[in-house]
Design a protein around this ligand. Structure first.
Ligand code: E4P
Length: 216
C-alpha cells in the first residue's frame, strides 16, 4: 500500500520523503491556507521534494471553472493530480479532464455511489474521507471496503485513497482490505513507528550487552 502525506507543510514532507516511505502528497485548500504561502509556489515546491503524485484542489464549483483551473494547475508540474470534489459539476468535469490525460483525485467522497460515478467518469483516484464519517456516527472504513469491492466487481482501475484517517488503526485496516493508498497527517505517520514492547525490547538488549561489557 502506498503512503501519502496529507499536508502542505514542506518540512514535514521533506522529512517523510527522506525516510523513503512517502509515495505522494495530498493537499487541500485548508492545508494551503495553513501554509500561509501562495498556492502555486507551495505546490511546486512540494512537487520538487516528492516525485510521486501531488494532489492540488480546484476552488470552482462549476464544471467549466473546474476544467479551466485543472488545466492551469496540472500544467505547473508533471506530477500534479487535480483534486475535484465529487459534486455533480465535478463528475461532469472529470471525463473532459480524463480525455486530456489530466489525472483527477475525486475528493470529499462520502458514499459508494459517488465513488461509482467518479470511476465511471474516469477519475484516477477516489478519496473517501473515513474519519469524517466516523465523526457523524457512520463507519468510514466500511465505505472504503464497499468502494474497493465495487471497483473489483467491475474492473475499475481507479485507485482508492483512504483519506481523513484519524489513527494508525485506520491505516492498518486500509492495508488489510487492500486499499491502494492511505493519506495521513504527519503525526499519524510518526505514530505508526511506535510500539512500547519494541522500545522495551531494544532497551533490554542494550542493557544486557553493556552489562556483559561487550563492544561492537
Ligand atoms: C484528503 O485528501 C483530505 O485532504 C483530507 O484527508 C481531509 O481530512 P481531514 O478531515 O483530516 O481534514
Amino acid at each position: 500500500m502506498k503512503i501519502f502525506l496529507d499536508t502542505a507543510d514542506v518540512e514535514e514532507i521533506r522529512t517523510g520523503v527522506s525516510w523513503g516511505i512517502v509515495d505522494g502528497v495530498t493537499t487541500n485548500p485548508s492545508h494551503i491556507a495553513a501554509s500561509g504561502r501562495p498556492f502555486r509556489e507551495v505546490v511546486e515546491e512540494i512537487c520538487d521534494i516528492c516525485p510521486g503524485p501531488i494532489s492540488a484542489e480546484v476552488i470552482s464549483t462549476e464544471a467549466e471553472g473546474m476544467i479551466e483551473e485543472a488545466r492551469m494547475v496540472s500544467s505547473w508540474k508533471p506530477n500534479i493530480v487535480v483534486k475535484i470534489p465529487v459534486i455533480k459539476e465535478g463528475i461532469k468535469a472529470i471525463p473532459v479532464l480524463a480525455q486530456e490525460d489530466i489525472k483527477v483525485n475525486a475528493t470529499v467522497c462520502f458514499s459508494a455511489n459517488q465513488a461509482l460515478l467518479a470511476a465511471k467518469a474516469g477519475a484516477t483516484y477516489i478519496s473517501p474521507f473515513v474519519g469524517r464519517l466516523d465523526t457523524v456516527g457512520h463507519d468510514g472504513m466500511l465505505l472504503a471496503e464497499e468502494i474497493l469491492q465495487i471497483y473489483r466487481n467491475y474492473g475499475f482501475t481507479t485507485e482508492v485513497i483512504v483519506a481523513a484517517v484519524r489513527h494508525p488503526l485506520h491505516v492498518a485496516q486500509a492495508a488489510l482490505m487492500g486499499a491502494h493508498i492511505t493519506t495521513m497527517r504527519f503525526n499519524i505517520l510518526e505514530q505508526m513507528f511506535n510500539h512500547p514492547l519494541t522500545d522495551a525490547g531494544v532497551e533490554q538488549f542494550l542493557a544486557d550487552w553493556n552489562a556483559a561489557g561487550l563492544s561492537s
